[in-house]
Design a protein around this ligand. Structure first.
Ligand code: GLN
Length: 486
């Protein structure tokens, strides 16, 4: 096994024990990227030189005894997170040449701990999509089967982890964009509680739903990254000033005594039989490990899709108003006055899905329709959150569901009908609407050898319980040890 296949935990251990240097580790990843990336297309930008400079600095820090918690660890960042001096495109023509003058808080925190940033990963344009097919620069391929999608919108970040093109990555999750690609690529993905992680420097999609989180090979690695990412940031007014618990210490606690709810609405029509079998086997395993499984109902689940696809486009239409060709980003040529310049810039700069969202959102917010659509959706959102509140009141600690209704699908299978694509998010939307944390962990493979994910949802700021249960499950099975052949 080459250095590129290490977990973050083992890489840090190896670096501390001087088994290899950060430069050697970085080179192993860059070689792997050279060999495999042309087939996977996980990256938008690979920062070869920057990574090697950071790796040399990491080796110096180890030698001087000043190494941070992630010193020398090669990571990749979704290309909707600002990186100072490094192009941040959101996989959109609109930002094709945009070089941010600042780092997102999460990026700054990773750098402050000495990590080595390999580059920026591909996504659906402005994080709108579930397959990376909406990237303006070509889709990412699923490392398990290059004819299938990696999921989205953080498809590049998930594929990069699965294909050993980085040791871990950051994604963003507005309706499932960390968890669904993690499930489809056979890796771990965590959407933290709303307010747990700073979004300063995350290009906004839907601000009441967006969260940044880790995509990793193991639950332990997700906990390691969370320890660095989580916590108050005065630059994001929605970031909550809450102490960050010792996640590593929690990992060993097991599931003994945890009550895990099984919501019947998530095991209904539309769920592929192979996914149901794998997820139910995982639930049985959790029970054997000491958890109590309780039947549950989240009666407003059926409304999640409609509520999300009103609120997210409404917020997006407002957030994306800033791409007007004036201050930064793409500007259309051949126009001599302001309004035609706006129109041509936005017509040429945005792809079809982004335009669809802007139109849906503008309509939902327009006078005469606001009450019927946007306001109504906000009220139903409160009912959805209420379902979760009641579950916790009943003494449920965690909720187990499938992450996605089916394993990875073929390219083009869902592009003709946006609604079928939206249905890929059917199980992940509720966590964003309710603001609760949720993790996806591999729980088996389909008959075609494609990964399947188990989703666990927890109380707000209850990441510790998620890590406990997901780690106990993961270490009782060997799914994570299987690798895609590339
Ligand atoms: N797939 C969902 C959408 O298209 C969620 C995207 C996300 O979480 N960023 O909106």
């Amino acid at each position: 096994m080459g250095l590129q296949s290490l977990t973050i935990f083992d890489a840090v251990k190896g670096l501390r024990e001087k088994k290899f240097s950060a430069v050697e580790l970085c080179r192993a990843l860059l070689e792997r990227i050279e060999a495999v990336e042309p087939r996977v297309h996980a990256y938008m930008t690979v920062d070869r030189e920057g990574a090697l400079v950071a790796a040399a600095a990491a080796d110096k820090a180890y030698a001087e005894g000043s190494a941070g918690r992630l010193c020398g660890v090669p990571l990749a960042i979704k290309d909707n997170l600002s990186t100072k001096g490094l192009r941040t495109t959101c996989s959109s023509k609109m930002l094709e040449d945009y070089v941010p003058p600042f780092d997102a808080t999460v990026v700054a925190r990773l750098k402050a701990e000495g990590s080595v940033l390999l580059g920026k990963t591909n996504l659906d344009e402005f994080a709108m999509g579930s397959s990376t097919e909406n990237s303006a620069f070509g889709p990412t391929k699923n490392p398990w089967d290059l004819g299938t999608v990696p999921g989205g919108s953080s498809g590049g970040s998930a594929a990069a982890v699965a294909a050993d093109l980085c040791l871990g990555s950051l994604g963003s999750d507005t309706g499932g964009s960390i968890r669904q690609p993690a499930a489809l690529c056979g890796v771990v993905g965590l959407k933290p509680t709303y307010g747990r992680v700073s979004r300063y420097g995350l290009v906004a999609f839907a601000s009441s739903l967006d969260q940044v989180g880790p995509i990793t090979k193991t639950v332990r690695d997700a906990a390691l990254l969370s320890a660095v990412l989580d916590g108050y940031d005065p630059m994001d007014s929605t970031c909550v000033d809450q102490a960050v618990p010792d996640y590593q210490a929690a990992l060993g606690q097991g599931v003994q005594g945890l009550r895990i709810g099984l919501p019947k609405e998530y095991f209904a029509e539309g769920l592929e039989p192979e996914v149901r079998v794998a997820v139910m086997a995982a639930v049985t395993r959790l029970e054997k490990l000491g958890a109590t499984i309780v039947p549950l109902s989240l009666p407003n689940t059926a409304h999640c899709l409609s509520v999300y696809y009103l609120l997210a486009p409404a917020e997006a239409s407002s957030n994306l108003a800033r791409y007007d060709g004036v201050r930064y980003g793409f500007r259309a040529e051949g126009v001599s006055s302001l309004v035609p310049m706006y129109m041509k810039t936005r017509a040429q700069g945005f792809g079809p899905e982004v335009k669809r969202r802007i139109m849906l959102g503008t309509h939902a917010l327009s006078s005469g329709y606001y009450d019927a659509y946007y306001l109504k959706a906000q009220k139903v959102r409160t009912l959805i959150k209420g379902d979760f509140d009641r579950a916790w009141e009943q003494g449920v600690d965690l909720i187990a569901t499938p992450t996605a209704p089916a394993p990875a699908f073929a390219f083009g299978a869902k592009t003709a009908d946006p609604l079928t694509m939206y249905l890929s998010d059917i199980f992940t939307l509720s966590a964003n609407l309710a603001g609760v944390p949720a993790i996806s962990v591999p729980c088996g493979y389909s008959s075609k050898g494609l990964p399947i994910g188990l989703q666990l949802l927890g109380r707000a700021f209850g990441e510790v319980d998620l890590f406990r249960a997901a780690h106990a499950y993961e270490t009782s099975e060997a799914w994570g040890q299987k690798k895609p052949v590339l």
